[in-house]
Design a protein around this ligand. Structure first.
Ligand SMILES: [Zn+2]
Length: 262
């Protein structure tokens, strides 16, 4: 690490839980961020400021005026631009030392698999169930941590799924319904501006912890925030033994274990 990096990341390096070795690990990490909207904005900005070495940004939408109320990685000069490109410009100014890859296409399953395979952690900052289920399935297939956030109205939630651990639930265990019932979106019900900042910031904290294997993650828990009543709640999540997404993986590992026991 050179002098400017030591200075830039000084307040991180001061933390004994992170130190130079932790910061170096972050600088070598790759995070896939899907969705550069309300949640993706704080996630991407904090990870860029943190010095995460490589950020892959995926969003096929364009910046619209109604986005600017909460999607703070974009600004009024970027209206009509691709969100992935707009965000990458802002993030590169924030931290020119990191590598940013902007993907403005809707990813096919093959492309998603490639991106997930290349990433250390996946940040689900999307706003629809189709994307959420596709990301979850890819996370389980490649055994990559998935940090999932959602926010609408006055309520938000965060959870962490670690498919490398046999006891970790997956997103589908939490929401077994199919994507047919399309979720309500912020465009239909509205959202209080800083709520996405609260939820996205927690996602960024959890991503750093997972990358460095620090503290206790939100794996097996769902953290809920109600901005209207200022209440936080944590509920336990359990793996669904009949989950069609993560159950097969569990069976595979049991098979492997029993084989090695023989
Ligand atoms: Zn599952």
């Amino acid at each position: 690490m050179d002098d400017t990096q030591l200075l830039r990341y000084n307040r991180h390096i001061l933390l004994p839980q992170i130190d130079i070795s932790g910061q170096q690990k972050l600088m070598q990490a790759t995070v896939l961020i899907v969705g550069l909207g309300g949640l993706g904005s704080p996630v991407a900005m904090y990870l860029a400021a943190t010095g995460v070495g490589r950020l892959i940004l995926v969003d096929s939408d364009l910046v619209e005026l109604s986005n600017l109320q909460r999607q703070i990685v974009h600004d009024s000069t970027q209206l009509g631009q691709s969100k992935a490109v707009s965000a990458s410009q802002k993030l590169q100014r924030l931290n020119p030392t990191i590598q940013i890859v902007a993907s403005q296409q809707h990813l096919t399953e093959d492309e998603l698999d490639r991106q997930v395979e290349a990433a250390d952690v996946i940040a689900d900052c999307s706003d629809n169930f189709n994307t959420r289920f596709a990301l979850n399935a890819a996370s389980v297939r490649h055994s990559k941590p998935l940090i999932s956030g959602a926010a609408m109205g006055f309520k938000g939630q965060v959870s962490v799924f670690l498919p490398a651990y046999a006891e970790s639930p997956c997103y589908h265990c939490l929401y077994p319904a199919t994507a047919e019932e399309e979720a309500e979106t912020c465009s239909q019900v509205g959202i209080i501006t800083p709520l996405v900042g609260v939820i996205g910031s927690i996602q960024a904290v959890e991503i750093i912890k997972v990358l460095l294997n620090l503290g206790q993650s939100l794996c097996g828990k769902l953290l809920l925030f109600d901005a209207y009543t200022s209440e936080w709640r944590t509920i336990k999540l359990h793996k669904d033994p009949n989950c069609p997404v993560c159950n097969n993986v569990m069976l595979e590992s049991i098979k492997k274990l029993s084989k090695s026991a023989v």
